[in-house]
Design a protein around this ligand. Structure first.
Ligand SMILES: [Zn+2]
Length: 198
């Protein structure tokens, strides 16, 4: 093994000697929350929530952008693990949202090409184009992107059904990198895309 990885392996050694929860959890898991968050290294949900191992089912993607795989992951957590509380958590100064915001605000041209990253940024930009120009700023885009990704969860039939029967809840959250504070805010159903929600 490369010496480059000694530091994280040392961390694993400390983990095994200080935390014994993993032995019990080896049999099964029963997390209470699904948290969908950015892959940014500063927003690790279990750490910023000081949550114990096994309590949070994490789905992490740059900019929380929900794609087929991440929707499938949430569907698994809801239908197989039976989790009924979902948090979609954006964060201040998100690099992915910034790239999309700069596209739609005219600060940069739309990226061209067909890489996975460019397709993702363009997909986020399409959502942000729905924001009126007079309220278009980065913080607002971060909130709106979080909400757009929450709404995307409704493409999962089981999630939509459980939400409508009030057996499942979804909330938006923003994590502030500077203060460490997490603000929760409700989903805006933004008609006409999802007219049946409250
Ligand atoms: Zn981010």
């Amino acid at each position: 093994m490369s010496e480059d990885f000694y530091s994280i392996i040392n961390g694993n050694s400390r983990f095994r000697s200080s935390n014994t929860d993993f032995r019990e959890l080896a049999v099964s898991q029963n997390p209470e929350f699904i948290i969908i968050a950015c892959s940014d290294s500063r927003v690790a949900p279990s750490i910023i929530l000081d949550a114990p191992l096994g309590s949070i089912f994490e789905v992490r993607i740059a900019g929380e952008v929900m794609d087929e795989s991440s929707l499938a992951t949430v569907e698994f957590a809801v239908t197989v693990l039976g989790i009924r509380k979902i948090v979609v958590m954006g964060h201040t100064n998100c690099g992915a949202v910034t790239a999309a915001y700069e596209n739609v605000s005219g600060k940069t041209g739309l990226p061209v090409g067909n890489s996975a990253l460019i397709r993702m940024i363009n997909s986020m930009s399409e959502d942000l184009k729905r924001i009126p120009a007079k309220v278009l700023n980065l913080d607002y885009c971060i909130r709106k992107n979080t909400n757009f990704q929450s709404l995307r969860l409704l493409e999962i039939k089981s999630v939509r059904s459980l939400l409508e029967s009030r057996e499942l809840t979804i909330t938006n959250a923003i994590y502030d990198l500077k203060t460490g504070y997490i603000e929760l805010f409700p989903i805006d159903p933004t008609p006409p895309a999802y007219p049946n929600l409250e």
